[in-house]
Design a protein around this ligand. Structure first.
Ligand code: NAD
Length: 481
């Protein structure tokens, strides 16, 4: 394998047949991290053919065979943690300590799904016929296409690949072209750990060609996608036409509600962590802070103080906040600051480039207030470090505003009142709910996914639900002769 061979098809590392793809360091865009030829649609087709060929044997492998491979891969990820974290930060930009955490999480995910190979079960169901035994069995879908974004560039591919492989599927992975090297390292590790040729392929290239093959080829038995709502909607519509199981995890506009009896310091800490951690580039990032008017001044002051104390800089220097991932995302961040001001919002802090560093896709942590729910800044996903504060008069208004968006991924409430948080859980339209916690973050044994335009809602990721998505269920009625 040479440094420019990013395509892994049927057990061989190979050059792409497509156009040159250049990845730049977002902290220093003049610096090229890597440049290599992208895959073409025809190469994606070859990867799918190899997966089709390999899926029978891998699907028939025993649980302990698959478990051994995944545990070995987890050990290899951990053994290379520092190198992998550096690769991640150079491409995606996040602070090196966050990258280390994400790599460690990838190892944890591999172990979680390794253990699943032995413990996942069907059901024994009571039969109304004494002569007939009724039970369910699960079997792999076959060939699955996995399409991922750049913001958690090892964790997201890992939770899809590990779940799909653990349940016996052959996989073709297409990561984001912004973060291909960390995906390549993951595939190298899984191949070295013993995933057979063809059972795991990697194709790095444009969504319009490579991605398109991965959703339209007739050999594809299942698709799991994480990314923007626009792309995800196109993918689920296309998959639905062929009746292929599809899982899409998409955008968010996540609210954190602060009620008058909340612990104000804890609420401000959570809002700042949720809005500015990972430069706001998390699908579960906090983008709307809905504050009861009785505590609005105190919360706003605490949030602005904290936002202004954050350090911004290159991920390798381990600041509080790194750069945006790309020139496009950088432009989007500044565009939304302008949109918010034009709509009448007040900029409380941030909104500009920090004085240091001199180059790179940096923006100051930004807080805007006097935001109305109908404004674009309150409705559209920025995917950057811009937090909107919206004042609400009471709990009912908080719920109404929280639900007044197309998305429904994650939401949080800060209160000490049990009746209130229970009502919040009942009435909020979100797939992930935090009580006195930040909207971002999740545990791998918990189902993960959203409502409304945030998710297909067919089957969630992680936990038992992931296994359910990657398998068919058969209901068996057995009457012995
Ligand atoms: P994106 O939709 O632009 O790209 C995601 C992936 O889809 C990439 O690999 C891309 O190449 C591929 N793709 C693009 N067009 C395609 C097509 N026509 N057919 C097949 N594949 C195609 O998203 P992004 O900019 O990489 O990521 C940011 C978005 O991801 C944000 O909207 C964010 O909210 C979302 N996201 C959601 C979650 C979640 O779990 N809900 C998690 C992380 C990120």
């Amino acid at each position: 394998m040479t440094d420019t061979q990013y395509q892994y098809i049927d057990g061989e590392w190979t050059d792409g047949d497509g156009n040159e793809l250049v990845v730049r360091n977002p902290a220093s865009p003049d610096e090229t991290v890597v440049s290599f030829p992208a895959a073409t649609g025809a190469q994606a087709t070859r990867a799918l053919a190899a997966a089709d060929e390999a899926s029978g044997a891998w699907g028939a492998s025993t649980p302990d065979e698959r478990e051994t491979v995944l545990y070995d891969a987890a050990d290899r990820v951990e053994a290379n943690l520092d190198r992998l974290a550096e690769t991640l930060t150079l491409e995606e930009g996040k602070p090196i300590s966050s990258s280390r955490g994400e790599v460690a999480r990838a190892a944890e995910i591999l172990r979680f799904f390794a253990s699943y190979t032995r413990t996942a079960t069907g059901d024994t169901v009571p039969s109304t016929d004494p002569e007939t035994f009724t039970y369910t069995v699960r079997e792999p879908l076959g060939v699955v296409s996995l399409i991922t974004p750049w913001n958690f560039p090892i964790a997201t591919p890992t939770w899809k690949v590990a779940a799909a492989l653990a349940s016996g599927n052959a996989v073709v992975l297409k990561p984001s072209s912004e973060t291909p090297t960390i995906a390549k390292r993951l595939v190298e590790i899984l191949a070295a750990a013993g995933v057979p040729d063809g059972a795991l392929s990697l194709v790095v290239g444009p969504g319009s060609t490579v991605g398109d093959e991965l959703i339209t080829d007739e050999r594809v038995d299942g698709i799991s996608f994480t990314g923007s709502t626009g792309t995800g909607t196109h993918i689920s519509t296309t998959a639905a036409e062929r009746g292929v199981p599809v899982q899409t995890e998409m955008g968010g506009k996540n609210p954190q509600v602060v009620l008058p009896d909340a612990d104000i310091d804890a609420a401000a800490d959570a809002a700042v962590a949720g809005a500015f951690g990972l430069t706001g580039q998390a699908c579960t990032a906090t983008s709307r802070l809905l504050v009861h008017e009785a505590v609005a001044d105190r919360v706003t002051e605490a949030v602005v103080d904290r936002a202004e104390s954050l350090s911004v800089g290159p991920g390798m220097a381990d600041p509080d906040m790194g750069p945006a991932v790309s020139a496009d995302q950088d432009e989007t961040n500044f565009e939304y600051v302008s949109i918010a001001r034009e709509e009448g919002a007040t900029l409380l802090t941030g909104g500009g480039r920090p004085a240091e560093p001199e180059s790179g896709y940096f923006i100051e942590p930004t807080v805007v207030t006097d935001v109305e729910s109908s404004m674009r800044i309150a409705q559209e996903e920025v995917f950057g470090p811009v937090l909107s504060i919206i004042e609400v008069a009471d709990f009912d208004e908080a719920i109404r505003v929280a639900n007044d968006v197309a998305f429904g991924l994650s939401a949080s409430v800060f209160t000490a009142d049990m009746a209130r948080w229970r009502e919040f859980v009942d009435r909020i339209e979100a797939g992930v709910i935090k009580v006195n916690g930040t909207t971002s973050g999740s545990q791998i044994q918990m189902p993960f996914g959203g409502m409304k335009a945030s998710s297909s809602e067919t089957a969630k990721e992680l936990g038992q639900r992931a296994y359910e998505f990657y398998t068919h269920e058969k209901s068996v009625y057995r009457t012995d002769p």
